[in-house]
Design a protein around this ligand. Structure first.
Ligand code: SF4
Ligand code: SF4
Length: 452
């Protein structure tokens, strides 16, 4: 069923320039088969994976090559070839980590495992769905990299009655989720139905920002073609406003329910998944196909030919940039993810890892190179914060060396959306102040626990 609502969250938020025009109308292109991939054993939240292969082993694309004993996710070969080494390698977010390197020669054909469709996949029992999702190594593809099987394993006392799919893609520059909804809407919708079955809910709402009209149209058209189902799927047209795609804000926009501070959406009966994760879940359950490729939006003023590229996990980021024509002179910063919540990368000789959906190359000086001024108490950061925190106070306390006293101003609740920093006329690095305060408060709490 198609429902058209226009909704948003009620507090804070900003309207940064979307900068999506460079890639939004370009179909996703496939990266040519890589000759070498580097697959870090930690690409998810949880325990690192343990190798199941050794140097010299021959592997096929799709073969499981590492598994995480408890809380993590398995890892699969994303090209066929020979295990070149298992050693420490640069990692895009962890600086360095153990990784499995697979290499092949240009003459060798790419050999992939066979994926046979399960004819009864739509009747797959919930426990089997969870098992297939785990086996496929799927993690949250909106950037969180939390193992999806864990997120779908609800505690026995959880009362979840709504599944929200996140198609907001509110980060400036990024368009990979938009292209997915335009090009492969059926996969997203079927993935939503599989997840709904896994967690036993009959109400699915897909939040898409209102400036993504083509995605709303394509998803709506495909929704009308779906066979009748007891699960009601609604498309919710959300206001174009950052951070519309943050879990708490999306839940409020799509359901009207307010997730309390320091609580997960399940506290108000909601589970949130990204649209790309839903499409990956459908592949895992329908074909038992693991997560091997990601669509990455390689964009920004520093890229010669911005585009969305579907590439094997483990491809070196420099290769992705080269595939997009290389970087322009004057490129000063590279961000993994979007510019609001992404991480600055010091180097590009690192692999593409699960959860990475954007590579933004920026030109010009960083907003922080000119330094920052004292707080002028204008209150703009307070207006911008979607959680009602007090970043101005946290900043002042951190500067005074009183980080541990910032808990009352919300340091532990901050999810680092960057709205406050964006709004501050004194260019104060409020997110960084929040990060400093958060770790100081956590250290202090841990010390108290240890003392008893
Ligand atoms: S970064 Fe933290 S304090 Fe700043 S607006 Fe976002 S949630 Fe609020
Ligand atoms: S926006 Fe900046 S200057 Fe204004 S109150 Fe917040 S920290 Fe102070």
């Amino acid at each position: 069923m198609v429902k058209r609502l226009v909704a948003t969250f009620l507090r804070g938020g900003i309207h940064p320039d979307p900068h999506k025009e460079a890639t939004r109308d370009l179909p996703v292109v496939d990266f040519p088969a890589s000759l070498q991939v580097t697959l870090p054993l930690i690409q998810h939240l949880g325990a690192p994976a343990v190798p199941l292969v050794k140097k010299g082993d021959v592997v096929r694309r799709g073969q499981k090559i590492a598994d995480s004993p408890d809380s993590g996710a398995p890892l699969h070969a994303t090209i066929s070839g020979k295990v070149k080494n298992i050693d420490r390698h640069p990692h895009p977010t962890l600086a360095i980590s153990q990784a499995i390197v697979i290499a092949r020669s240009a003459e060798e054909p790419l050999v992939e495992e066979e994926w046979i469709e399960d004819p009864n996949w739509q009747e797959c029992p919930p426990a089997e769905i969870l098992a297939r999702v785990r086996e496929a190594g799927i993690v949250g593809l909106g950037g969180a990299a939390f193992p999806t099987w864990r997120k779908l394993t609800l505690p026995p006392d959880a009362r979840v009655d709504v599944l929200v799919l996140n198609g907001a893609e509110c980060e400036p520059f990024l368009t990979s989720d938009f292209r997915l909804m335009v090009e492969r809407p059926r996969e997203v919708l079927e993935g939503a139905l599989v997840i709904a079955r896994a967690i036993d809910v009959y109400d699915v709402r897909i939040g898409i920002e209102s400036d993504k009209g083509e995605a709303l149209e394509r998803m709506g058209a495909e929704l009308r073609r779906l066979p009748a189902s007891p699960v009601e799927i609604s498309l919710v047209s959300c206001a174009t406003r950052y951070p519309q795609g943050a879990e708490k804000q999306l839940v409020q926009a799509t359901t009207g329910r307010l997730v309390p501070l320091r609580c997960l959406p399940s506290a108000v009966g909601v589970l949130v998944q990204n649209v790309a994760t839903a499409a990956a879940v459908r592949e895992a359950v329908r074909f038992r196909r693991p997560l091997m490729d990601l669509t990455v939006c390689v964009t920004g003023p520093g890229v010669m030919q911005p585009r969305n590229v579907r590439a094997p996990i483990g491809t070196q980021l420099q290769e992705l940039v080269d595939f997009c024509g290389g970087s322009r002179e004057g490129t000063s910063r590279v961000i993994a993810g979007g510019p609001m919540m992404g991480r600055s990368l010091p180097r590009l000789d690192v692999p593409l890892v699960k959860g990475m959906n954007g590579l933004v190359l920026l030109t010009g000086p960083s907003p922080y190179t000119g330094g920052y001024d004292a707080c002028v108490h204008c209150g703009r950061c307070l207006e911008a914060c979607p959680l009602g925190l007090e970043p101005d106070q946290v900043g002042v306390y951190v500067e005074a060396g009183r980080q541990v006293e910032t808990e009352t101003f919300g340091a532990l609740d901050c999810y680092e959306c960057g709205c406050c920093t964006y709004a501050c006329p004194s260019h104060r690095p409020l997110v960084q102040f929040m990060q400093v305060a958060k770790s100081a408060v956590r250290r202090s709490q841990a010390a108290k626990v240890l003392k008893g």
